[in-house]
Write a protein that binds this ligand. Sequence first.
Ligand code: UDP
Length: 465
Amino acid sequence: AAQPPQPHITILPSPGLGHVTPLLELANHLVTHHSFKVSFLLYPSDSSTASDQLCRPATLPSDLHIIDLPPPDFSNIAVDDNDFVSHPPIPPVCTLIIDHPVTVLVVDMFFIDAIDVANELSIPTYLFFTSSTNLLAFSFYFPTLDQELNGDFSDLQMINIPGCKGMPVTDMFDILFDRRVLPMITRFAEVAGILVNTWEELEPITLHAMRENPFFVQRPPATATPPVYTVGPVIKMNEPVTETTHRCLTWLDKQPQNSVVYVSFGSGGTLSSEQIIELAWGLELSKQRFIWVVRRPIDSNASATYFGGDGENNPVEYLPEGFLGRTKEVGLVVPSWGPQVAVLSHLSTGGFLSHCGWNSVLESIPNGVPMIAWPLYAEQGMNSWFLVEDIGVAVRAVGAEQRSVMRREEVARVVRMVVEGEEGKVTRCRTIELQQSAKRALDCGGSSSLSLSQVAQSWKTQPKN
Ligand code: UDP
């Protein structure tokens, strides 16, 4: 009998490493474990070679095709340093889908409007959510909250999403209340299903709440929350091995177990000169070992910006005088880009001072590395609250939520605490418990593995268009 045609999935990530890498990993998994053919549509990247290598690995399975899109046309887009608001226009998926008929379209949050193209072609759209269930639940609840408060959030103290733990507004940065995201997030309810990069035991309460409370009920056109599938942690498995990777790993090999704090603010986080100086002094005062991925300071904004770019980066120009010499026995300074997954999976790494981007969270916990939460922008404040107050895998760098400059004494305190303090020990134990639950979720028969198989199976039985 003739073989049925191989199901073809088109995946549309939005630009930015935090979006492209988990979706590419998902693509890889769908091809390797579920025999799909996948087209992965990619806008050209304007970032560093290191991050570009991550988006375009040298080897890919033969059924995974990266399709290069023409550079996006930003002429009609207002550019904002808030990546929740400004993102490139929907690429021309339509012609690609017609040329190579697809079974299912998987989109990233910023490209939710591609659902219109899929609807015209009677193809179901699934959303792959690259952040936490907390943010997803908030996205579903926000339109209701906005309606209830008439768009005025000034007196709001706590966010009480039905069925979830209350979250203080001070832990959520203002941009989460940016009403310009409403048209985008209200459309999340229109998809056939949502795949979330999390696992059941990480966010049980919020997942339960999402499944039980149809937050959207009173908002047309959707009537209920679409099915939510937990498929994570989906994290990059292979990093390109560079000279920096080699340098970091050789250095880590010589350090005691759990003794090194890895310091990094994600693919885009940058600090002011003043903050970099305080952080350097704090690391030095802590007398702990560290690997620090440093970016050139951006001083146009007092604390942090996203689309800063790094250009030429010589840390001697902006680190305190003599810092590199004085700390050379205990620290390694890596300009611009660090092999994060390789460092976090090394046994000598005992803490992660992080901006709490969701991918960083998902890379830290499954490696049993407790965090120091230092959120900078976007939903990182919410992630930080979750890590510290809800699941207890991070200690809080006090002051980050005020976006003021973190002083050296506080940096030294939290770095010492995570490596050798009592609170650090408790945090490490909790991280190890969740590390084990992540492993169970991904194992054959585990919750995430079953959930993805269930979705994959439903895609295979999808009527052909
Ligand atoms: N990353 C890395 N090296 C760096 C900085 C970032 O490998 O020096 C990777 C990191 O491992 C993660 C991603 O970039 O996979 C950052 O994603 P996250 O969601 O943590 O933060 P974002 O960059 O989106 O703010």
